[in-house]
Design a protein. Structure first.
Length: 293
């Protein structure tokens, strides 16, 4: 299975007919490889990503925005850690978006993420994003109430309006040279329970457990509906969603790496070439260095 094919299994570019129930969180596409082999494959992918990133940086035209969304314990942090592990830290920045601060709440909902967008030549990773505004906020009406929007503007159309704003925002970014890839790490409810129990039972994982996560889990169906609707309304050629099976961490990482690799290959990134005048200058510099006493 080539990288491109692996990524395409989970890629959604037109959400009209999207149904989350058609995606299996435990899928590994029949791949039954051991940990060592999975690690080796990921290493190759990471190497390839590192080469692509070097070109991205040198060319300094495109930027890459990677958005990660998921339920707790789906493996966002570890997917980001492993997939980005070979990348030059100067060319990559990770932003985690938590409950908005008072200052952030004083602005429109895109404000804090807009400030964190990657510059040309860079890869920006969003660990959660403005999609929370149609996910957690949808699952918790009380959060919307605290956003202090003018009452008149909060109608039953608010989610449709937010989807429209997100679509327009992403199209705008794409038209300005941002490659946008969105990952929903799709973990099953059973696997989440297992991972929570591990976090409770294993002393060195205790720090990862947040008792509040159990309350969110109780809203599972609400969240799944919100995810489905968000993907339906915001999947596009210029900003695809990848619904990545997340019950097997090794597979999640392979799919995420494959998707980034495939999309960046499509940019046809090249090192800048030096023109004739530039070559002359290099020659002169070489002579000066060679004649140094
Ligand atoms: P981890 O648990 O791995 O540390 P996390 O991303 O779950 O990572 P937490 O600090 O546990 O980080 O949770 C962040 C919380 O902030 C989540 O519950 C998320 O839903 C919430 N959040 C993020 N963006 C918004 C938003 N715009 N409005 C309201 N809540 C938000
Ligand atoms: Mg959390």
């Amino acid at each position: 299975m080539s990288r491109a094919n692996l990524a395409n299994l989970y890629k959604v570019t037109d959400g009209k007919k999207f149904k989350l129930s058609e995606y299996n969180p435990a899928d590994t596409y029949g791949l039954d490889i051991d940990k060592g082999e999975a690690k080796e494959r990921l290493e190759q992918d990471v190497k390839s990503l590192s080469d692509l990133q070097e070109r991205l940086y040198a060319q300094d035209r495109w930027s890459v925005l990677l958005i990660f969304q998921a339920m707790d314990a789906a493996g966002k942090d570890s997917a980001i850690e492993h997939v980005m592990s070979g990348i030059n830290p100067q060319g990559c920045q990770v932003h985690s978006f938590k409950t908005p601060t008072a200052i952030e709440l004083d602005h429109d909902f895109m404000w804090r993420t807009s400030c964190a967008l990657p510059e040309r030549g860079r890869i920006g990773v969003f660990n959660r994003s403005y999609y929370e505004e149609v996910l957690v906020v949808r699952a918790h009406p009380e959060i919307l109430a605290k956003q202090r929007l003018p009452q008149k503007l909060v109608t039953k159309d608010i989610w449709e309006e937010r989807f429209e704003d997100i679509r327009n925002f992403e199209r705008y970014l794409a038209r300005n040279g941002t490659l946008i890839l969105k990952f929903f790490l799709h973990v099953s409810k059973e696997e989440q329970k297992k991972r929570f129990l591990d976090r409770i039972d294993e002393r060195d994982k205790n720090w990862k457990f947040n008792p509040g996560d159990v309350a969110e889990r109780a809203l599972w169906d609400k969240y799944m509906n919100a995810y489905e609707d968000a993907i339906r309304n915001t999947a596009a050629e210029y900003a695809p969603w990848y619904v990545v099976p997340a019950d097997k961490k090794w597979y999640t990482r392979l799919v995420v790496a494959a998707a980034i690799d495939e999309a960046m290959q499509g940019l046809n990134l090249q090192f800048p070439t030096v023109d004739k005048a530039g070559l002359e200058e290099l020659k002169k510099a070489r002579e000066i260095l060679a004649n140094e006493k």
